[in-house]
Ligand binder design. Sequence first.
Ligand code: MLT
Ligand code: ZN
Length: 414
Amino acid sequence: MVLPLVSRWSARVLWASPGWRRTYTQRACVGLKRLGCPRGVYSPLAHRAYSVVAGGPEVTLTPERYPVQRLPFSTVSEEDLAAFECIIPGRVITDPEQLQTCNVDWLKTVRGCSKVLLRPQTSEEVSQILRHCYKRNLAVNPQGGNTGMVGGSVPVFDEVILSTALMNQVISFHDVSGCPGFAEVLQTFRTCRGMLGEILSAFEFMDTECMQLVGQHLQLTNPVQESPFYVLVETSGSSAGHDAEKLTNVLEQVLNSGLVTDGTMATDQRKVQMLWALRERITEALSRDGYVFKYDLSLPVERLYDLVIDLRTRLGPRAKHVVGYGHLGDGNLHLNVTAEAFSRELLGALEPYVYAWTAEQRGSVSAEHGLGFKKKDVLGYSKPPVAVTLMQQLKAMLDPEGILNPYKTLPAQA
Ligand code: MLT
Ligand code: ZN
């Protein structure tokens, strides 16, 4: 076996485990629409016309889809733009083409209509911008990589977008370690934990529909036999030989005991990436499947997949796919439902059902993606009123005018 010369050696094994099976049908979707603000929402700078979303499907303006009212913030004036230009010369963007991508989340489910994107480079510039916005009562939407899943990173209306893209002096990164887990999947996880100990750095699971979708939409190839569930295991020990030996032992053990029906192991970078792509590109495959209703739940691992099965029955043919994948060691289920298009009826069948189900298991309605715009009103399913009130008080202390990322994270105060 040839191992790469990297400081942190990793080996992955993708296994298939026995369980149930299900078939499905596929349909196509899509259309094109114009970008723009709803009439009356925004008037200054209205002459700066928007253009059509290049080659993408229609993204409905957020206030047209969700019951949200614009709060009485000021609107950006030419004087504001001049003030921003003094603070960050050459980094005040009003070009509609450039604004398009910052107004829409990457999943293409929510869309704001901001007319200005600011690109500060230092915390001093951020501070001056916020001072100006505070004085003028302008709402601000901070934006990093715009990779969020809950509409937290794009404006709801015409908030000023404050991008941190140029603030790239990162102080430190922490490795994210994940560990995943059902009957055989759970038992495999326990075996891995026992036999791999501290070198186990990831244990991810995905169901068969996820595997089918990455194949169908991204042309990724499944390297193992078809199965109801797949797990991806990663080790990151200090000795390549040691890791490989341990992983081979685990693989033998789970294959011999019948927990796993097939497996493949990778040590070269190309194959390692190929295996990770199967898991990491599920989100992308889902977004190509149609409109995606996304839930990021924390549940007791023994009940984790029950909700997926339950919803398949509940939704029937109204859903194209109901899938489950995620980080089982954290008790984190990514429950995703795809449909031809957004539908209020389907949303009504999903919510508050999913949240109430989660609350009954004493789970959390947001495991790793945050609350953003879409989940702010469901916080109460996971947190008692006293905790929500405390959070609101803390926010009010730091942001007395409520200009920072309004409409997001916390329910509006009564
Ligand atoms: C993942 O685990 O793939 C990400 O959190 C994205 C997702 O939930 O789809
Ligand atoms: Zn995740």
